[in-house]
Design a protein around this ligand. Structure first.
Ligand code: PLP
Length: 382
C-alpha cells in the first residue's frame, strides 16, 4: 500500500500536536460544568474566558464580542437567522458562490417569504462585483449582506473591507463567512468593519465541532438557542471546554507561524501548478485558484478534460492513497453537485479536483502525488 497523501485540507485539517496537548487535561483531569460555582466549575470557566481573551487579541476586538459555537455552520446560521429576526430585515444580499451554510438558511427564509433575496453578480472567474453590490445597497438600504472572505472551492478572495464599508454606509448589517481564512490570514476587525464573522477550528488544525461567531459590540442580536444563558444568553448549552481551549491554541499557533506556514504552502502550490502545466495537457484552474497572488493559498482547483482516464479520477486517486475532493467535501466527493463550479460556468466536459494543502504537507508528497496522477492519467514520466 503506497504512503497515504492527504490533500483535502479545505475539508478539514489534521489536529496540531500542541493543540491536542493543550486540550487533553480538559477531557479528563478538569471535569465539571463551567456554569457551576464550585472550584471544579470555576477552573473550566477560567479556561473558557482565557480562550476568549486570547482569541479577541488576535482579531483586535473585545472578548465580549466573541461567542463560541459548534463551528462554521452554526455561526453562519446564527448570523442569518438572528440578524433577520432582530432587525426586521427585509432584503438580503449574498452571492451564489457562498457555502450552503449561508445559502440554505437564506433560501429557506426566502421560500417562506420572510426576505427578498438578491444575488450580487460575479465575473466568469468567480470574483464578486463590488460595483453591483453598491448598486444593490443603494436600491435596498438596511440590507443584511453576507459575503465570504475566501471561497472554499475555487479560492477566490473577496475584499471584505470594502464590502463591509459599503454595507455600513447604506445602514446594512455585514457578515462574512471567514471559515477558510481565520487562522490563515490576519483579520483586523478595527479595519474591517464587519458586524459578524464566522470561524471553525478544524479548518486550521484545531478540533472539529467548535468555532466562534464574532458579533460587533452594540449589534444586539436575538439568540438562536434558548437555554441556560451561556455565552451571555446568545447560545444556551454547556460549553465545549476542551474544544474551546483547542480553538484558542490553534488560532495562536496559526497566527504566530503565519509567514512560515504561508510561504511553505505557497511553495507546494507553485510547484504543483508548474508540474500540472508542464506535464499534463489540457488542464486549467477553476476560479482564480491558479493565481498565487489572488487566491486562497491553501486551495488549487484543477479542471481536467473528461475522458476515459479522468471519468473516475477521484476514485482512482483514492485507491492510490491520495485524498482530495471534487468540488467541496459537502458535494459528496463529486464535482457534479458543486453549485460553485456550476455558477462560474465550468463546462460539463471537465472533471474538477480540488487539491488543498496544509503546513504538514511536504514537497515529497507533491512529487509522489504527481507520479501517481500521471500513472492514472496514462501520462509517462518525462
Ligand atoms: N463555510 C465554509 C466556507 C466552509 O468551507 C465550511 C466547511 O466546509 C463551513 C462554512 C462549515 O463549517 P463547519 O464544518 O465547521 O460547520
Amino acid at each position: 500500500m503506497p504512503a497515504h497523501i492527504y490533500l483535502d485540507n479545505t475539508a478539514s485539517t489534521p489536529l496540531d500536536e500542541q493543540v491536542r496537548l493543550a486540550m487533553l487535561s480538559y477531557m479528563d483531569e478538569f471535569y465539571g460544568n463551567p456554569s457551576s460555582i464550585h472550584s471544579h466549575g470555576r477552573k473550566l470557566k477560567v479556561a473558557v474566558e482565557n480562550a476568549r481573551k486570547s482569541i479577541a487579541v488576535w482579531f483586535n476586538v473585545s472578548p465580549s464580542e466573541i461567542f463560541f459555537t459548534s463551528g462554521g455552520t452554526e455561526s453562519d446560521n446564527i448570523a442569518v437567522f438572528s440578524s433577520i429576526n432582530s432587525f426586521d430585515i427585509k432584503n438580503v444580499i449574498t452571492s451564489p458562490l457562498e457555502h450552503y451554510a449561508i445559502l440554505k438558511p437564506l433560501s429557506y427564509l426566502s421560500s417562506k417569504k420572510k426576505i427578498n433575496l438578491h444575488f450580487v453578480r460575479h465575473d466568469g472567474t468567480g470574483n464578486i462585483d463590488l460595483n453591483h453590490l453598491e448598486e444593490l445597497l443603494k436600491k435596498f438600504p438596511r440590507s443584511f449582506v453576507s459575503l465570504m472572505h475566501a471561497n472554499n472551492e475555487i479560492g477566490n478572495l473577496t475584499d471584505i473591507e470594502t464590502a463591509a464599508r459599503m454595507t455600513k454606509e447604506n445602514d446594512g448589517i455585514f457578515h462574512s463567512d471567514t471559515v477558510q481564512t481565520v487562522g490563515h490570514y490576519r483579520i483586523d476587525l478595527q479595519n474591517i468593519k464587519a458586524d459578524m464573522i464566522s470561524a471553525s477550528a478544524h479548518k486550521f488544525h484545531g478540533p472539529k465541532g467548535v468555532g466562534f461567531l464574532y458579533i460587533r459590540g452594540g449589534c444586539q442580536l436575538e439568540p438562536l438557542f434558548y437555554g441556560g444563558g451561556q455565552e451571555r444568553n446568545m447560545r444556551g448549552g454547556t460549553e465545549n471546554v476542551s474544544g474551546i481551549v483547542g480553538l484558542a491554541k490553534a488560532i495562536e499557533i496559526g497566527y504566530k507561524d503565519i509567514t512560515l506556514q504561508k510561504n511553505h504552502i505557497l511553495m507546494l502550490k507553485k510547484k504543483l501548478i508548474e508540474m500540472l502545466q508542464n506535464e499534463i495537457s489540457s488542464i486549467n484552474f477553476n476560479g482564480l485558484s491558479g493565481d498565487l497572488d489572488k487566491s486562497l493559498y491553501t486551495v488549487l482547483s484543477v479542471a481536467f478534460p473528461r475522458n476515459e482516464h479522468t471519468e473516475m479520477l477521484l476514485y482512482n486517486l483514492d485507491i492510490n492513497s491520495i485524498s482530495v475532493s471534487g468540488g467541496s467535501a459537502c458535494s459528496s466527493g463529486s464535482d457534479a453537485g458543486s453549485h460553485v463550479l456550476k455558477a462560474i460556468g465550468t463546462p460539463t466536459d471537465r472533471i474538477s479536483i480540488r487539491f488543498s494543502f496544509s503546513k504538514l504537507n511536504t514537497m515529497e508528497e507533491i512529487y509522489l502525488m504527481m507520479e501517481r496522477l500521471k500513472e492514472i492519467l496514462k501520462f509517462k514520466s518525462t
